[in-house]
Structure formats: C-alpha cells, structure tokens
Design a protein around this ligand. Structure first.
Ligand code: NAD
Length: 464
C-alpha cells in the first residue's frame, strides 16, 4: 500500500530541501505488517542456502550502486563522502556475514532419558520483525537488522528515522533490483513516528521488535512490546570512557580519539565521551589532541578533504552547545573549538572541540553529547579510573590504551561495558556480538547471537 502524502527532507549542511519521502500513516504501517505476514510462510520454508543467495544479491546491488547511495547519505545525513562510502561497504559486510551464518543455524538432538524417545531441538524463525532505526548510519543500521532477520527466515518491516528516509529508499531500491520476493522486506517512511507505534509494535502478527536509537525511546518500545510479548532487541545510547594510561603510545591514543570521537561528527553510540588521561601524561596528551583536532576540516560532506560534516539538526546543535557551556560554567577550559564554525547560516557546523579540566559532574561526562566534543578528565590510579568509568547508567563501549598487558587484562575485565577496545578505537564487527550492558541495550547484534535474536527454539519429542 502506498501513500500520496510526502514530507521534505533537508540537507543539514545547508538547510536546503534535497528530496521528499512518503509520509505514511497508521494504515500504511498496518498494510506493511500484513504484507510481511503473508510473505512469512513462503520465506521461512525456503532453504537457508536459497535465502543466502537472495541476501548476497542485495549486497551486490548495494555495491553496484555504491556512489549513488553514498551521495544520498551525504545529502541528508551530512557525513563526509569517504565515510558514506565506508558505511555502504560496511552494510554489505553485514549482509555477507549473515548470508553465510544463516546456513549454520543448527539445532540439537538431546540424549534421551526414556527408551524410544527422541528429543530434537529445531531453530524456527520468529515471524514478522519490525526494525526501527536511527539517522547516524542510515543504511548500515538497517542492514544490521535486515540481514539476520532474512537469514533466519523472518520477514521485516523497516521504519527509518525521519531525518534520513532517502537512504532507506535507496537501500530498498537495491532490494527490489535483487529480486527479493514481495512482502519479505517492507519500508515505511514517516515524518512522525508516534502514530506508527501502535500499528507496528502492538499488532499481534509482529513477533520481533529490533531497535537502534536512544535509551528513552527504547524504554517506550519495551512497554509497547509487552502487549503481545514480542521479542525485543535494543541497541541504545552510550557514554564511552576512553582511558589513556601513562605507559600508552600517546600517538596511537590521539589517533584513536580522533577516530572514535570525530567520525560521524561524534554522533555515534560507540564514540568516546569521557577521555580519562593519567595525570603524568595529561598535559602532553591534551596538547597533542587539541592540535590534531584543530586541524580537522569542517564542511559539507560533498566537499573534497572534509573530515567533519554538520550536526544532524538544530536540536543536536543546541545539545552540543549546552554541554560545552555547562562544562565552561563549571570550570572547564576550551583548548580548541567551542562553538559554531562555517559561513552557511543553514548548516549545523560545530568546531571540533577539546575541553580540559573536566569533572565527573559535568553534563558532558554524564549524558551522551552526540557531537564533536572531547572532554578530558584526569585520574591517578587504575582502581580509581575503573570506578569512575563504570559510574554511569550506560554500558556500551569502553576503550583502554596501555602497553602493559596485565593492566589491559585487569581493566578490560572490570569495565562494565559490552565492548572494550584495548588499543583499538573500532571494536565492532559483523562477526562478533555487538551490544551493551545496563541501559545501553538488550541482546546482541552481530556474530551468531545476531542470528539467534530472530530465532526461537522448538522441541519436538518423538516416541517410536
Ligand atoms: P531516537 O531514539 O530519537 O530515534 C530512533 C528511531 O526511533 C527513529 O526511527 C525514530 O523515528 C524512532 N522513534 C522515536 N520516537 C518514537 C516513538 N515514540 N515510537 C516509535 N518510534 C520512535 O534516536 P536518534 O536520535 O535517531 O539516534 C540517536 C541515538 O541512537 C543515540 O542515543 C545513539 O547512541 C543511539 N544509537 C545506538 C546505537 C547502538 O548500536 N547501540 C547505534 C546508533 C545509534
């Protein structure tokens, strides 16, 4: 079912309208669930190998349209083109991995406790899955859910973020060209998610809800899922500590912060939010980081040589500004950056910022800033920094830079986070469990766990 209404999509670098997307209401959302439900039996009955071939075709179509899809991402998300190209390739890695992993959804035969009985455990697809996704990786976050759902034998309805529906449309054009059977993958774009919540989340035909976004909305979805006890996976916010010990390779640590903090302009759930630096190297490290951050080129993502694009919208810009002002009011020093940059009045450009003298009470150390602000906090001992790093309701990613193996092992074991990068600013991979402790989420995407999230075990007991 299509809808005639549309809404405008804007470029965060200029404020210009770059396109329009269908503005679906509750009836369209229900029709999408119905289509996914009709397609489920046929898709689930296919062999895993057959499904793998279809998923691989999507991956190939994405690569064939790489330049076009990257352009669409740049136009509505704002990230530099190189990062948009990386994102599309990253999306194909998720598709390729799950195409293969779907073929390994083994069951079990359990030794019998009664003569003549045979206990067989089968893996069954859950049914219709609903995926609600954010704007920061508008193609990859969909691929990360769609690939395991399809591989498991589920059908899916995707509701992308209102800021970035055109990237989702470009992905779904690739899905159409790949010849995916009708109803297996369904897209519902909308300017307002709230009216779609009930038809997508409370329909008894929906057996799985998979969400990436903010912790507050994640909690709303958990409540909605209780209506029919749909299974839920949540990838939520983070407040990542980035710990630099005095024995660390400081060049590598600075490079690590640049990658972790300023990619996607700090608008990533994994990005370093609190840079804890051991006192003896704090001044040296802060100086190096500030010099490196001040050299980053800020501008529209489609300009050559740009490292950092605009923030996504006015609300994002205001939040970042408020975090910097709060830190300065409480005694932090702006080493570089600190405010708006660029001449385009419609663009949400914020200068890469390094703050020194930060403390645990500041907003930037307690809440996700989701912007290019690197607050440096100092610490004395290993025990102290682990306690302070863990003092948050979030638990997604943490980073430790040290050349001492014992220290690396001790701290990585004690940090209460789902992913720890030791001298590694990019711990995520389609092949490994991705997800958070505490209020950073429920369940895991990636690796075998990512497939299990769309499967349910069935016990069949045979007597002969
Ligand atoms: P958001 O929670 O505002 O929106 C995410 C999605 O939820 C969007 O599609 C939005 O339309 C939808 N949504 C919002 N309100 C809704 C409602 N009432 N009912 C149904 N759907 C609703 O988050 P955002 O601002 O788009 O993304 C940023 C957040 O996402 C950050 O907190 C970030 O850390 C998190 N994130 C987490 C991961 C991860 O893997 N853990 C990855 C990327 C982003």
């Amino acid at each position: 079912m299509a809808t005639a209404a549309t809404f405008d999509v804007t470029d965060p670098a200029t404020g210009d309208v770059v396109g329009a997307a269908a503005d679906a209401g509750p009836e369209v959302a229900s029709a999408a669930v119905a289509a996914a439900h009709r397609a489920f039996g046929g898709w689930a009955d296919r062999t895993a190998q057959d499904r793998a071939e279809v998923i691989r075709r999507i991956s190939a179509e994405l690569l064939a349209a790489l330049d076009h899809i990257a352009d669409v991402i740049v136009s509505e998300q704002g990230k530099p083109r190189a990062q948009a190209l990386f994102e599309v390739r990253y999306a194909t890695q998720w598709l390729d991995w799950f195409a293969e992993e779907g073929r390994r959804s083994y069951g079990e035969v359990i030794p019998t406790h009664i003569p003549g009985k045979r206990l067989v455990v089968q893996q069954k697809p859950l049914g219709v899955a609903v995926a609600i996704t954010p704007w920061n990786f508008p193609v990859a976050m969909i691929a990360r859910k769609l690939a395991p759902a399809m591989a498991a034998g589920c059908t899916i309805v995707v509701k992308p973020a209102e800021q970035t529906p055109l990237s989702a449309v470009a992905l779904f054009e690739a899905i159409d060209r790949a010849g995916v059977p009708a109803g297996v993958c369904n897209l519902v774009t909308s300017s307002d998610p709230e009216p779609l919540a009930a038809p997508l989340l409370e329909d008894p035909r929906v057996r799985k809800i998979t969400f990436t976004g903010s912790t507050d909305v994640g909690k709303l979805l958990v409540r909605a899922s209780a209506t029919n006890l749909a299974r839920v996976s949540l990838e939520l916010g983070g407040q990542a500590p980035f710990i630099v010990f005095d024995d660390a390779d400081l060049d590598a640590a600075v490079e690590g912060v640049l990658m972790s903090k300023f990619q996607v302009n700090g608008q990533s759930c994994l990005c370093a939010n609190r840079i804890f630096v051991q006192e003896a190297v704090a001044d040296d490290f802060t100086g190096r980081l500030s010099r490196a951050a001040s050299k980053l080129r800020v501008g529209p993502g489609d300009e050559d040589g740009v490292d950092v694009g605009p923030l996504i919208d006015a609300a994002g810009f205001d939040k970042v500004s408020a975090h910097v002002m709060d830190a300065v009011d409480r005694g932090a020093t702006v080493e570089t950056g600190g405010g708006r940059v660029g001449s385009h009045p419609g663009g949400y450009f914020f200068k890469p910022t390094v703050l020194s003298g930060c403390t645990d009470e500041m907003l930037c150390a307690r809440e996700e800033t989701f912007g290019p602000v690197a607050p440096v906090l100092t610490f004395r001992t290993e025990a102290e920094v682990v306690d302070r790093a863990n003092d948050t309701r979030y638990g997604l990613a943490a980073y430790v830079y040290t050349r001492d193996l014992g220290r690396a092992m001790r701290t990585s074991e004690k940090l209460e986070f789902g992913m720890v990068g030791v001298n590694d600013p990019m711990p995520a991979s389609p092949t490994a469990p991705f997800g958070g402790f505490k209020e950073s989420g429920l369940g895991r995407e990636g690796g075998h766990d990512g497939l299990e999230a769309f499967l349910e075990k069935k016990l069949v007991s045979f007597v002969s």
